[in-house]
Ligand binder design. Structure first.
Ligand code: SF4
Length: 441
């Protein structure tokens, strides 16, 4: 059984409210942190090995150490709660059921970074959650954990919740900052990075909800103890939101030492494939990461078990290397059509492209049109190579990672499931009514 750090109290009735959270030991990590120096906290975060839980997996301590500290210029912490990646809903769970864990994590992080005004930027579709967060902020303020001179330390902190307008691109950190400033959410060219010029051109750290929540147990048990959980550079615990053709969709906390097979088939987690069907493929880290066929998902190319961690999921033999990503684990059974699935994703990315870069703006549209044609049984064999060519021209040639996110699923689908694309083209009369089914994957 995986160790629980973030969700250990999630089952307790009323844990959403300050009184219950406090009774369970809530805010003791903040009390401890406020007696430390910011540099001591930073060192704990570095030692913990925590990697950003939003998708990129960049070491959080290192990110914090990049924050510029020019004299007299305010700094900010911005929590990225714009959780829009298809298949990902673990931050929603944290905010809905454990809002004080996030606020306590923000208090510690803001103190460490020197931010007196911090923000939670939350996706517009999570319409009911800002009220939960704002209520928790008021409770924390009434208890002296927010506002002026927190616990007599002289440290002040205000937290504001900003609702997004429902654009996927605002999950990209610089687009988020543009939106938070009241502008259209267009990603910025980097450099300068937000750590130097972020919100209102001030040094800013943008971190995912789960990353900031994880600061609480790191301070609580120490960075060194946190680093002992997990394996290699995949330290601590990770929230996974599991969905698709499984018996038990939901949010699970894992310690990254379990195998993918255990995660899918164990009753503790996904509980196996729905209706006793066979596993066809999986997207292990949200829709932007490459799809992986069952044979490579359960075992590495060397025949070793594949583990639910950053290194093992990205290891060897994949089209473009899949990733732990945002932890949105999407399972596809033998009945799922890969061409239709890829087409749906292409439509999504085309719709969500902000339009600034030609390869993304035009390429995502072309990929969607070609995939639609193939899926309808109107494609030609050369369309597969055309698709491949377009995705190659998008990857690495855009301002922000949305371009890559649109290209990778197409590349991986062609690489691993080319037979299925060809089947649609060779069987135009069948492709609308039948499924290619489980090939020899
Ligand atoms: Fe906009 Fe796409 Fe360019 Fe990102 S890659 S800046 S979403 S056009």
């Amino acid at each position: 059984m995986s160790k629980k750090l973030l969700l250990k109290d999630a089952h307790i009735e009323g844990i959403r409210y300050f009184e219950t959270y406090r009774k369970q030991g809530g805010y003791t990590a903040a009390e401890k942190a406020l007696k430390m120096t910011p540099d001591e906290i930073l060192e704990e975060v570095k030692v913990s090995g925590l990697r950003g839980r939003g998708g990129a997996g960049f070491p959080t301590g290192m990110k914090w150490s990049f924050l510029a500290k020019p004299e007299g210029v305010p700094r900010h912490l911005v929590v990225n709660a714009d959780e829009s990646e298809p298949g990902t809903f673990k931050d929603r769970y944290l905010m809905e059921f454990l809002p004080h864990l996030l606020i306590e994590g923000m208090l510690i992080s803001s103190y460490c970074l020197g931010s007196n005004v911090s923000y939670i930027y939350i996706r517009g579709e999570y319409s009911w959650i800002p009220d939960i967060l704002e209520e928790a902020i008021e409770e924390a303020k009434a208890a002296g954990f927010l506002g002026k001179n927190i616990l007599g330390t002289g440290f002040d902190l205000e937290i504001y919740v900003q609702r997004g307008g429902g654009a996927y691109i605002c999950g990209e950190e610089t687009a988020l900052l543009e939106s938070l400033e009241g502008k259209r959410g267009n990603p910025r060219l980097k450099p300068p990075f937000p750590a130097v010029k972020g919100l209102w051109e001030r040094p800013t750290v943008v971190n995912n909800v789960e990353s900031i929540a994880a600061i609480v147990p790191i301070i609580d048990i120490t960075g060194a103890e946190y680093a002992k959980i997990g394996v290699g550079r995949s330290t601590g615990t990770k929230l996974i939101s599991a969905c698709g053709n499984i018996n038990k969709p939901g949010v699970y906390e894992i310690d990254m030492t379990i195998t993918v097979e255990e995660f899918i088939y164990s009753d503790e987690y996904c509980g196996g494939i729905k209706d006793g069907k066979r596993l066809k493929a999986c997207i292990p880290g949200g829709s932007s990461v490459p799809i992986v066929p069952a044979n490579l998902l359960l075992k590495t190319v060397n025949g070793e078990p594949r583990y639910m961690n950053y290194e093992s999921l990205a290891d060897g033999g994949f089209a473009t290397g899949t990733m732990m990503g945002s932890g949105g684990f999407i399972v596809l059974d033998e009945d799922q059509c890969i061409v239709e699935h890829t087409m749906t994703l292409a439509r999504f990315y085309n719709h969500e492209s902000c339009g600034q870069c030609t390869p993304c703006r035009e390429g995502t549209g072309w990929m969607y049109k070609i995939l639609k044609k193939i899926e309808k049984g109107e494609g030609k064999m050369e369309d597969i190579d055309l698709l491949w060519d377009i995705q190659r021209k998008i990857e690495g040639n855009t301002i922000c990672p949305l371009g890559d996110a649109a290209a990778w699923p197409v590349a991986a689908a062609i690489r691993h499931f080319r037979d299925e694309f060809e089947w649609h083209i060779k069987n135009p009369e069948l492709s609308q009514t039948q499924n290619y089914g489980l090939a020899n994957y």
